[in-house]
Design a protein around this ligand. Structure first.
Ligand SMILES: Cc1cc2nc3c(=O)[nH]c(=O)nc-3n(C[C@H](O)[C@H](O)[C@H](O)COP(=O)(O)OP(=O)(O)OC[C@H]3O[C@@H](n4cnc5c(N)ncnc54)[C@H](O)[C@@H]3O)c2cc1C
Length: 348
């Protein structure tokens, strides 16, 4: 396997920021992943696993060790208990797999159309959008366990999926390299029609929309919010939503609504598990003085989406982090809520 030295990482990310990797390898088989790990271990280098680079802020200093950009490809199809199984290489582009599943008329991931990044990145933060998340369809995740070098297949329950989390970005962070993911989809199933914008798009339709038209609608809605990577649209130079929607306990939620009512405002929120409420992070950002189109030097807020921090062209990672800190500080001052970033901060 070719291992390159001093490779710029910024072009491998959607934010287009960050310094070089000391070494970069792009393993396309399990054996090459193992080889990469051995290379790093033999030299005492820190290891970073890179997918499509769509959920990262890489430090301006770069990565001092080996970046392993997983390039394992392939989509194998099968059937089990009336479900269609898709076993997909971690390096496959996520949206290529979604397109394939829709072509096969299999339901379960159609609302996740247009999310950038790799298949291997999807279990990490339990990718979700428009009323669906991968936790609903992931059957198992094939991994290399860095603790003992064994290949382990984790069932969905073992992945500990919750809202934007799994064991891969919490309790077992850095332990597993994801090699393949198996999804179980429903042949001939109807599309998920839960998300308000999607319902609006199909209002007046007499028949249930097809998976293909649902996929097209999702991609169109995403493009209008710069949530689809569209060449030439500089509002896409982001990592998507920068903050997670806070999930609040009853007292915290009451305190927030009290503060909002004092300003004659209402906070958009949704029920969450265990009598909690999920609150719109976009609203909190917007009502803390960072509306769509906000600009501070080379960074700002997308003109099309209140939750996306964007690189306006020549930003450094430090500029993005300064805006992140500023937003977090203002939101806490005004609303008493600590916003948690969604992207992974690398080398920081
Ligand atoms: C315009 C835009 C829109 C977006 N919309 C959404 C959305 O609607 N919903 C949503 O949930 N996310 C969204 N995202 C965020 C992002 O696309 C997803 O989180 C995506 O799944 C990240 O995958 P990736 O391959 O790019 O991972 P990377 O950004 O490369 O890595 C992210 C993390 O996953 C780890 N990782 C990646 N691959 C592997 C692997 N094979 N094994 C082990 N660890 C791995 C990395 O080490 C890192 O910690 C959006 C991003 C952008 C830029």
């Amino acid at each position: 396997m070719n291992i390159q030295e001093n490779v710029a990482l910024a072009p491998l990310t959607t934010f287009k920021v960050g310094g070089p990797a000391r070494y970069l390898a792009q393993p396309s088989t399990t054996a090459e992943v193992v080889e990469g790990v051995q290379f790093a271990r033999a030299r005492g280098l820190p290891l970073f696993v890179l997918g499509g680079g769509s959920n990262l802020v890489i430090s301006d200093a770069g990565w001092p060790g080996l970046a392993l950009k997983i390039a394992i490809s392939g989509i194998d199809e099968g059937n089990e208990n009336g479900k269609s199984l898709f076993e997909v290489g971690a390096g496959e582009e996520w949206d290529r797999f979604v397109a394939r599943s829709v072509t096969r008329n299999c339901a379960g991931v159609e609302c996740l159309s247009g999310i950038p990044g790799s298949v291997g990145g999807t279990p990490v933060q339990n990718v979700g959008a428009y009323g669906q998340e991968v936790a609903e369809t992931v059957v198992s995740v094939l991994t290399l366990d860095l603790r003992d070098g064994q290949i382990r297949e984790l069932c969905s329950e073992a992945c500990g999926f919750q809202y934007r989390t799994s064991i891969f970005n919490t309790s077992e962070r850095g332990r597993f390299i994801i090699l393949r993911v198996t999804y179980a989809l429903t042949p001939g199933g109807p599309p998920r029609m839960q998300y308000a914008d999607l319902k609006k798009h199909f209002a007046g339709f007499q028949q249930t929309p097809s998976l293909t038209s649902t996929r097209e609608a999702v991609r169109r809605i995403r493009a209008s919010k710069a949530m689809l990577i569209t060449p030439g649209d500089e509002d896409c130079r982001s990592a998507g939503s920068f903050f997670k929607n806070p999930v609040l306990a009853a007292e915290q939620y009451e305190e927030l609504t009290r503060r909002a009512a004092a300003k004659s405002l209402q906070v958009p929120s949704y029920p969450a598990l265990d009598a909690q409420r999920k609150v719109s992070a976009a609203w909190l950002v917007e009502y803390s003085g960072f509306g769509k189109g906000y600009r501070s030097g080379q960074v700002g807020i997308s003109r099309k989406h209140a939750l996306a921090i964007v690189n306006r062209g020549e930003a450094a990672a430090a500029d993005i982090l300064a805006l992140k800190d500023h937003i977090q500080q203002r939101v806490e001052e005004l609303w008493g809520i600590q916003l948690e970033p969604e992207p992974v901060l690398v080398g920081l």
